[in-house]
Design a binder for this molecule. Sequence first.
Ligand code: FAD
Length: 500
Amino acid sequence: MAIDKIVIVGGGTAGWMAAAALSRLRAGRDVAITLVESEMIGTVGVGEATIPPFLDFNKLLEVDEREMLSAVQGSFKLGIQFVNWGKIGDSYIHPFGNYGYQMGGMSFHHTWHKFKATGDKRPIQVFNLETMAAYFGRFARTEDYAREDLPPVNYAYHLDAGRYARFLRGYAEKRGVVRLEGKVNDVAIDGESGFVTSITLEDGTQIAGDLFIDCSGFRGLLIEQALKTGYEDWTNYLPCDRAVALPCEREDGSGPLPYTRATAHKAGWQWQVPLQHRNGNGHVYCSQFMSDDEALDILVNNIAGKPGADPNFLRFTTGRRKKFWNKNVVALGLSAGFMEPLESTSIHLINTGINKLIALLSLDGITQTQEDAFNRLTGKEYARIRDFLILHYNTTARNDSAFWNYCRTMAVPESLTEKTDLFRLNGQIFREDDELFTETSWAAVMMGQGIMMNGHNPMADCLNQPSTRQELDAIEQSIRYVVQHMPSHGDYLKKYCPAP
Ligand code: FAD
């Protein structure tokens, strides 16, 4: 059956990202795209931090970065600072760029370890541009400092999720996406094929479709409520199941930090996402170990500034849909699954879901092969991200609460145990299944959590010591020089993408 009508259910970040991306497909093709959303139900209203591959989504849409950042009051993000995770008082940054660069075909941390073993006292962080700029609250893009001896600066954005959905809505509607307001009350399924044929709104409007994209949030209106796809629950690995969000104004006149902060508390952790006009704040926690009241108290006592809204309490179950693509329904966003926002991976998964859908889509019809490929690839992506998130909880030394005692001693996937064992042995990190996180990401979090390398790749011992030391010195000095000459992040934003 040819695909003439695509119906998107839901107008949160997932729905409008899908609508905007698919609206580009309409050029030269006779395909109708309809998006249905309900203002009464609303969106989840959080989801403000992204990671670097998100920049490619702008490229796909051919959106101007300045225009987008102005419209959403966004800021730049160089990484994530983790506070109190390994133990209380610890802090480290998971940066977006690499430590140094490959020497002798090996990741930089091997070379760094080799020199550390021979008395070099410099922490690995001084060899990373994003970490150093973040610590000094500075920002510039590669184009601004134009030095050939340094890799490009890797960054992502902090966005106001509501403004971002509105921005994308304008984009998609301009390109022919039709938006319908209304609550979906009924879903019709063909008895023979099991395909969804239409949805019906509360006012009786019926919308027929060939391909349905379920962006209805946690409720999974089509993928779960209609098709009963099933859910794989990962609460045993990632036990947090609640969040309370409370944005606040920055009253002290300080500019936005160029990084997200994740501060661990007694039974969860708190996020701080700095936008141009406010800080997004929230506390993710585990209801088995903490009440809603206590979670809100902790959050209120740990934010600087006046709350700009009422607290927004959210419930979730970490895990994933058993199939992301089922029959003629593709789930994107929260309807596909949820892993807590510790590494800002949800919008990323929407982005990669859209990329895969576009790559696999044929307007001639839907085949089992497309469905299987989408599900296999997405499943692997989810599993690799899940392991990376578990790493933060399980490799803690904290023993100050029942929650941390659980996380420290819980059983973890074998794939993760192998990763940490090999890193301890000699710093080896094998990336698998085209996984998202780089060797620097794994090394930064493992070392930040307190896992130390007991050795390094033996090839590091074969590097020419004097010339390698000179290279290390040059990297460190170039980074210091560039960071010293970068403007503050706040000044950069005022000049580059001020509020309209
Ligand atoms: P929603 O925003 O819930 O949208 C669902 C849409 O479906 C709405 O438009 C709603 O009206 C519509 N709908 C539902 N039912 C019906 C119906 N019956 N009829 C009509 N319409 C209907 N992600 C990140 O990448 N970075 C972060 O920092 C981050 N932080 C987060 C913090 C928390 C606490 C949580 C819970 C999530 C966070 N996320 C983050 C995830 C992010 O919020 C979501 O991935 C993103 O907002 C996409 O949500 P969504 O569009 O799938 O769902």
